[in-house]
Design a protein around this ligand. Sequence first.
Ligand SMILES: Nc1ncnc2c1ncn2[C@@H]1O[C@H](COP(=O)(O)OP(=O)(O)OP(=O)(O)O)[C@@H](O)[C@H]1O
Ligand SMILES: [Mg+2]
Length: 373
Amino acid sequence: MNSKVLVVDDQEHIRQVCQENLEMDGFEVFLAENGKKALEQAKNTNPDVILLDVMMPEMSGWEVLEWLKTNDDCKDISVIMLTAISNPTEQTKALDAGAADFIVKPFDLEVMIARVKAHSELKRAKDKLKKTNKELETRLEQANHLAFIGMESASIAHDLGNVVFQTRIEKILRKKLDKLWNQPGDQETYEDIIGWIKALELSASELESIVRGLAYLSSGKILDKAKTDLVSIVESTTMLYSRRASKQHVEITFEKQSVLVNCDISFSRVIINLLKNALEALSSVPLEERKRKIKISCGEKENEAFFRIEDNGPGIPIELQEKILQGHTTKKNGHGIGLSGSHKIVQRHNGRIEVASEPGNGAAFTVFLPRVF
Ligand SMILES: Nc1ncnc2c1ncn2[C@@H]1O[C@H](COP(=O)(O)OP(=O)(O)OP(=O)(O)O)[C@@H](O)[C@H]1O
Ligand SMILES: [Mg+2]
């Protein structure tokens, strides 16, 4: 495609001579005899270069230039000003006002053509660069999206592992039911069974949230957020682990104050990962040494919503604390996905996770979220 030049001059012979010579050099040429027509032509023909006379009646070349440079569709067109007298201040003024170059009238045709050529090539190179940049940006966005999907799938698969473990409850239930069958009046076994059924129900709803998360991932859409009381999510998710806690002789206490947050369905995974980590940490504490404890608090602090999970386990070495949210594990069968995945979910909720631990003296993870009303 030929380069396009718009020649703007009120003198007909100048327009003509420019047109003839530029066309001979392969340019597609458009003409305008005043500023108003120049603006129309600039918008309609989208030229690469405009040769613009400064001295024109009604609308001067300066006004045309100002309009071009403030108009989004035209601001990238290279403008060469035709200045009538060899006036250095006028030439500087042209460059300051955003012109690409200037030519002093009367001009040498070879010089004019050489400058138009140089600026049209420059303009085309810039356009190409812009297009390539745009393509690169799109590819980068796609690559980021793929990386996100990769990390999210790993974290979902990890959480799915947790739930599959929970659904093994079914086997335990069958054994308990056999026991009740043999001892029909056994109240303790009966209550035990009710508790396991509740845990099973919660597992099912957790599974549902993971499946919804997978659907969200494949659709590439953002999960819907709903206004929720943080206490209810923390409490119901903690119930999932209450039986495991009592089996491990861990006492869980809950300090709660209602606070509303905007949460999507993936949020319970954060609580699960923090609780699971606390329980795993406490399993290394000898029972005869101290009582294993988890304290959960939930509420509002300095106008932010928060929940905290604290344990009195072995704590976290200082050097690990700094990188703990980036994907590190110290466990034989660990993946380092629990916290990094949770970190991403919290970030998606415009929140943050704070880690506090004095090695040997337990660990506390606090999640802050924007509070809503
Ligand atoms: N409450 C805690 N007390 C002590 N160390 C902890 C605690 N929570 C996390 N950590 C440390 O942080 C590391 C990273 O935790 P993260 O949940 O990301 O991975 P993981 O538990 O090792 O494996 P997984 O991906 O299966 O959850 C753990 O390996 C452990 O060393
Ligand atoms: Mg973990």
